[in-house]
Design a binder for this molecule. Structure first.
Ligand code: C5J
Length: 225
């Protein structure tokens, strides 16, 4: 069977080769998504993010079935916080912020329960996890190196949050020459307006940052490869 397929997408259909495509799942971490986590303690409605879990599970299952490369990311820091810029630690003047004790361990610290990926999307052993100190998955990580070594040209992007880590990563990917396909039902924001505008921005101007599609369109296209 051919690895080439065409995905129904906006602003126009995207041709991709499953051999040079990776599924990138961004920051599907307990502290952002779970009731009682950091995101909820900041006053956010986590159900706005949790609606992405089932479609992400579906696309992850389909990707594994057809042997598509899968990569996960997590946002977080070393326990001594030496990789966290002071500006990131102090901004927001939060009562409980990065590095402080939170409901699921120290907030956004590697190794803590809240920092881990939600159990619904547990990575397989052969799926790299990129631990990133910033919002973008390319900044101070080996993601670009891994993608280059695998001959990856196209990223199918899922995860949270749409306007922060998803957008930053997609912009970084564009500047490095990757094509990005963002799955609208698999990315989420605590702010409905940011979700809507974040998606619009990607596909505006002929797809200035890439294409927008959804999990079922990609699943039906790759399942025939
Ligand atoms: C945020 C993220 N919003 N993963 N992180 O701080 O988007």
């Amino acid at each position: 069977m051919s690895p080439l397929t065409i995905i129904e997408a906006n602003p126009y259909p995207l041709s991709l080769n499953t051999k040079s495509t990776t599924l990138l799942l961004i920051d599907m971490q307990r502290d952002f998504l779970e009731p009682g986590g950091f995101g909820e303690t900041l006053g956010n409605d986590v159900s706005l993010l949790r609606r992405t879990i089932e479609p992400c599970q579906n696309i992850l299952k389909a990707a594994r079935n057809v042997g598509l490369s899968v990569i996960h990311t997590r946002e977080g820091h070393r326990p001594d916080l030496t990789d966290a810029p002071p500006s990131k630690l102090t901004r927001g003047k939060l009562e409980t912020g990065i590095g402080d004790d939170g409901p699921m361990g120290r907030i956004l610290i590697r190794g803590e329960i809240g920092h881990d990926i939600i159990p619904e999307l547990t990575p397989n052993l052969n799926e790299p996890i990129i631990d990133k100190p910033g919002k973008g998955a390319f900044y101070e990580t080996d993601l670009h190196l891994i993608l280059q070594n695998r001959g990856i040209k196209t990223l199918i992007v899922c995860g949270i949050t749409t306007e922060v880590c998803v957008h930053t990563t997609v912009r970084e990917a564009n500047d490095r020459g990757y094509e990005c396909l963002i799955l609208e039902d698999c990315v989420g924001s605590y702010f409905p307006e940011f979700q809507r505008v974040g998606i619009e921005m990607i596909k505006a101007q002929g797809g200035i940052f890439g294409w927008v599609s959804d999990s079922s369109s990609v699943i039906s296209a790759i399942s025939t490869c």
